[in-house]
Design a protein around this ligand. Sequence first.
Ligand code: CA
Length: 233
Amino acid sequence: MLSQKILLVEDEQAIADTLIYALGSEGFEIRHVLLGREAFPVHRESPFDLIILDVGLPDTTGFEVLKQLRAHPEGRDVPVIFLTARAEEIDRILGLELGADDYVTKPFSPREVAARVRAILRRDARARNHENTAGKPVWQHEPDALCIAFHGQPLDLTRYEYLLLALLLSASGRVFTREQIMNRVWANAPDTTDRSIDTHIKTLRAKLRAIDPSSEPIITHRGTGYALSSQNP
Ligand code: CA
């Protein structure tokens, strides 16, 4: 299955190392950058499920990094946890309503951070299980069971169909480029051609149509890639 990806923006290597170890041992995939200005480009290139952001960075502040993320469609919804060393920074986090999901004060226990990460990702997953007008979820994704249900009906998916749909579902409304899809879904199959994406989209659409012929949740963005409709049927 796709492991959840976390971006860590932290200039102190020792702190980064403890987090990389703690989160890595829980199965998360961690990318670490040292500078604030690296955060958004890295996230735009390959979106993360969550970002851990140190407030005090050498080149900018974590606040500025978050503002930059929130100003772009690619970074608008990604959950962010601040790491902060000072009480006045906490006041700012709370006072400015910057749209951070949580914060952790240094010194922290890596296990505590891991627990916060898991809690936020669970909450986020629930929010992404969109509900339709009848109050029933359109999508239900159980990553542990590798199971995705559409209108309450579990889909019978091949491995790559599952990975592809799970990726689109991870950020509905977001356009994933063909390159991003190749990198995330076919990461372990470098010989795969571009055409595989279209083939799998086609079979996925057929399986979704079999459940609900009236909706077309996978949207083609010509020349760019694919997105899952954020509009609920
Ligand atoms: Ca720092």
